[in-house]
Ligand binder design. Structure first.
Ligand code: AMP
Length: 398
């Protein structure tokens, strides 16, 4: 990597402004439900403190749509970080303005300040230069350790790098980029992608761009039903994105032209409502009943995926195979998690990206049994597509 990192700069007596990715799931009681991303940022934070600097942390959380909203406050994250590091974490109720300025001025080496959710200001996502300038004014140098946000050109990831130098990568950003580049510069083949989740919308470009790079594609989860519908199947009340049907058809055609192995579900667990305790049946995808909806892949589909995964040497996985949050519809997703862990033992490279797939791997207790669990869903996919990540490209280079 030609990008400068925190190992290349002097941190002593400096106030390091660090963009972290603390976009973590919260419980209904507003405590941290999964702290993977916080834990992954600790090496960078510890390095700054160990070298005699102070850390000013900034992040987004969820989609508060440019307005303050207590449901998206980072305060619970500050409390959780304090427990992980066993030290007090200062918290500022805004990421810019007078209070932020005063708290930064009072910050001493060895201390940590977490700023409130960047997305409480619409200027963050608009990459507004005035907002970037206010942020930049808070630090002596800039560190980007938010791999999960590196595919977004926002004020805290790109705008700020025009104003504050050095602008360097943290350890998590470096680790993700190094791992993904190494694994995919010359991937072991066959190279299989497994895609799932609710919607095609966020992933259709990714699928199109991945096609020339991969040898096989499995589509599961809610998005599979748009493809099945495009093939002419009745899908009952299953999730469908009508406006994406032409695109789904185009991808089906593309796969045919490329003689690409495309695996769609052949059977599904269907239910009469979206509820863990709904009535349920396993049926072929050609027999989905009116009034019922597919909420997981069925056992025959799992068998086919099993065969594909065992043939492959590189497997990337993004998105659950069903509504895995409900135990009765989690089986397909957990089976994929187990399968990936299994083939990793026999030498396959397995890369899991996206919050839900990472959560499923953790739920199965297998997070250390796959080659790499990425902290970024969208970011890892865009990187695998071969796109430049703006947050990475904006940093200083050697
Ligand atoms: P995404 O954010 O697009 O990756 O979607 C993740 C969500 O997809 C999870 O919350 C799953 O519950 C949901 N999901 C997966 N399969 C289905 C399905 N067959 N029907 C409805 N939702 C699904």
């Amino acid at each position: 990597m030609t990008t400068l990192t925190i190992d290349d700069i002097v941190l002593r007596a400096k106030k390091a402004l660090v963009r972290v990715d603390f976009n973590v799931p919260l419980t209904p009681e507003l405590t941290v439900a999964d702290d993977t991303r916080i834990v992954e940022s600790l090496p960078t934070i510890r390095k700054i403190l160990k070298d005699g600097g102070a850390a000013i942390l900034m992040s987004h959380l969820g989609r508060p749509k440019g307005k303050p909203n207590p449901e998206y406050s980072l305060k619970p994250v500050a409390d959780h970080l304090g427990i992980l590091l066993n030290m007090p974490i200062k918290f500022c109720h805004d990421c810019i303005g007078r209070q932020a300025r005063e708290m930064v001025d009072a910050l001493k080496p060895g201390e940590i300040l977490l700023l409130e959710n960047l997305r409480f200001h619409p200027q963050e996502e608009a990459n507004d230069q005035g907002f970037a300038k206010e942020l930049a004014g808070l630090g002596d140098l800039y560190v980007n350790d938010a791999f999960g946000a590196a595919h977004r050109a926002h004020a805290s990831t790109v705008g700020i790098t025009r104003l504050l130098h050095p602008a360097v990568a943290g350890y998590l950003l470096r680790k993700e980029i190094e791992y993904l580049s190494r694994a995919l510069s010359n991937p072991g083949r066959p190279y299989l992608a497994i895609m799932g989740g609710a919607k095609i919308s966020g992933k259709i470009d990714v699928i199109e761009n991945l096609l020339p790079k991969i040898d096989g594609l499995v589509i599961g989860g809610g998005m599979a039903f748009t493809f099945l519908h495009a093939q002419g199947h009745e899908i009952g009340d299953s999730l469908v994105e009508q406006e994406k049907i032409p695109l789904a058809k185009k991808i089906l055609e593309d796969c045919k032209k490329r003689k690409m192995r495309l695996i769609l579900p052949v059977d599904a667990v269907i239910a009469d409502r979206l509820d863990n305790d709904a009535n349920r049946k396993i049926v072929p995808v050609t027999k989905i009943l009116t009034g019922w909806r597919g909420l997981d892949i069925g056992p025959e589909t799992v068998k086919i995926i099993n065969m594909e995964v065992r043939r492959a040497k590189t497997i990337i996985w993004n998105g659950p195979m069903g509504v895995f949050e409900m135990p009765n519809f989690a089986n397909g997703t957990l089976e994929v998690a187990r399968l990936l862990a299994d083939v990793t033992k026999t030498g396959a490279t397995t890369i899991v990206g996206g919050g839900d797939s990472a959560a499923a791997i953790a739920q199965a207790g297998l997070e250390s049994s796959v080659s790499h669990v990425s902290t970024g869903g969208g970011a890892s996919l865009e990187f695998l597509e071969g796109k430049t990540l703006p947050g990475l490209a904006a940093l200083d280079t050697r």
